[in-house]
Design a protein around this ligand. Structure first.
Ligand SMILES: [Zn+2]
Ligand SMILES: [Zn+2]
Length: 114
């Protein structure tokens, strides 16, 4: 049943049975109303999923948030000397990780095996 408050004094109304009829009454001021007249509202726990909450599956060519900007790395496409740099362990754990670079100017991404 829905929680109701006294319209007169704001006290939480309590249910009581009067002659087979369910009432909500206020212990403070004596206000009462028939519980049947109250439309019970059901609160459905609706879980709204934001599409933005989707976990991004990081592909090896995607730039992670931890990528650092390195200078002096020449972009093979446009020659810009600033690129995002990150490493991903793409092969066996005992092998060195793959280095990725993404040009800050043209967005060209390339990899370099250490
Ligand atoms: Zn009251
Ligand atoms: Zn470039």
């Amino acid at each position: 049943m829905a929680v109701r408050f006294c319209p007169r004094c704001g006290t939480l109304l309590r249910p009581r049975r009067v002659g087979g009829e369910l009432q909500l009454y206020c212990v403070k001021c004596g206000y009462h109303e028939i519980a049947k007249s109250i439309e019970p509202y059901s609160v459905k726990a609706e879980v709204r999923r934001n599409p933005k909450d989707k976990i991004l599956v990081l592909e090896s060519s995607q730039q992670p948030a931890t990528a650092q900007i390195v200078k002096g790395i020449s972009c093979p496409k446009c020659g810009n000397e600033e690129a995002y740099f990150w490493m991903i362990q793409t092969r066996a754990a005992d092998e060195p990780p793959t280095r990725f670079y993404r040009c800050t100017k043209c967005g060209h991404t390339w990899r370099e095996y250490a």
